[in-house]
Design a protein around this ligand. Structure first.
Ligand code: MEV
Length: 324
């Protein structure tokens, strides 16, 4: 019998990745074309809590989880929060969000698991509580995360995020379109974030300047989005990409995809997320979406998603997030 289910979307960072770890703002949006899903069913008496990760062909009991398993960590945190010992449940997890691609796969899987367990327990997890719990898993596996991924995924809203501050839903004056292309190269955020930290420790002034310049781009982008002038985003994306190149987190394949998108008519393009692989985003219109997607595939993208940004329901403009 199904006792509970949970879902969480992927995300893209529009502007501000890496600099956001150092206190500058970032803009991120949920992407519902890819998602993580979890389901809880009743198990046989005495079975304990069984975790089945369908995509990874993994199945184990919580008591015998492999050391450091992130799914088990999410389950432990959720059960502790819900005040439960491991019940005789079977938790199945399935995700269409590519792993290590900058689309928030880890945070989304944790969020879906926690939602499903709360649902099965008949309890509600408020988005800010869910975000804080997912952040704890992110800290275990990603070193020094800013908190942007768990925030946008738990709230499922476009977020203007500054570390340590209550995140805000940013207004979108006019919806716009993005092409999101996967370079096919897996890249761990932990590694690129660690390398940026090394660079910052070696050349603090240079990196602080890069972070400041990115912060200004984020503010300009936020204003353009709010005033319904998304065309202004293209040059800002290009400028943000160049700063990420200078920071050392791009790679030849991402640069190739960015160049291909621009040549095919995109308004601008940049890598998105941790970089050195994973995804890039390009600003497209109804007319350029097709040719840009085609050019990205020809340039080696393993997957291209074209998605509208800004077609969400109405919601709060300030997300309360206690204790951070
Ligand atoms: C990863 O999606 C975004 C980074 O800025 C890391 C973080 O914010 O934790 C690269």
């Amino acid at each position: 019998m199904i006792l509970g289910a949970g879902q969480a979307p992927g995300k893209v960072i529009l502007f501000g990745e890496h600099a956001v770890v150092y206190g500058r703002p970032a803009l991120a949006v949920p992407i519902s074309q890819v998602a993580a899903n979890a389901q809880v069913e009743s198990g046989a008496p005495g079975s304990g809590l069984i975790i089945e990760a369908i995509d990874l062909a993994h199945c184990f009991t919580l008591a015998q989880a492999p050391d450091g398993d992130p799914l088990a960590a999410a389950v432990h945190l959720a059960l502790a929060h819900l005040g439960l010992e491991a019940p005789d449940w079977r938790l199945t997890v399935h995700s269409t969000i590519p792993i290590a691609s900058g689309l928030g796969s880890g945070a989304a899987v944790s969020a879906a698991i926690m939602r499903a367990l709360a649902h099965a327990a008949g309890q509600e997890l408020l988005p800010e509580t869910l975000s804080a719990l997912v952040y704890e898993v992110e800290v275990l596996y990603h070193g020094t995360p800013s908190g942007v991924d768990n925030t946008v995924i738990a709230h499922g809203r476009p977020v203007y995020f500054v570390r340590g501050h209550a995140p805000q839903v940013f207004p979108i004056g006019r919806p716009f379109r993005l092409a999101i292309a996967d370079s096919g190269i897996g890249s761990l955020t932990k590694v690129t974030v660690g390398d940026v930290r090394l660079g910052w420790q070696r050349s603090p002034e240079r990196f602080e300047k890069l972070f400041d310049d990115i912060g200004q781009i984020v503010e300009a982008a936020r204003a353009a989005i709010a005033s319904g002038e998304p065309d202004r985003l293209g040059p800002l994306m290009d400028a943000n990409h160049e700063l990420l190149v200078e920071m050392g987190v791009s790679c030849p394949q991402l640069d190739r995809l960015v160049a291909a998108a621009r040549s095919a008519g995109a308004g601008g393009a940049k890598l998105s997320g941790g970089g050195r692989g994973g995804n890039m985003i390009a600003l497209v219109s109804a007319e350029t979406a097709g040719p840009v997607a085609e050019a990205l595939r020809e340039a080696g993208a393993v997957r291209v998603i074209v998605t509208p940004v800004g077609e969400y329901g109405r919601g709060p403009t300030l997300i309360h997030q206690p204790g951070r």
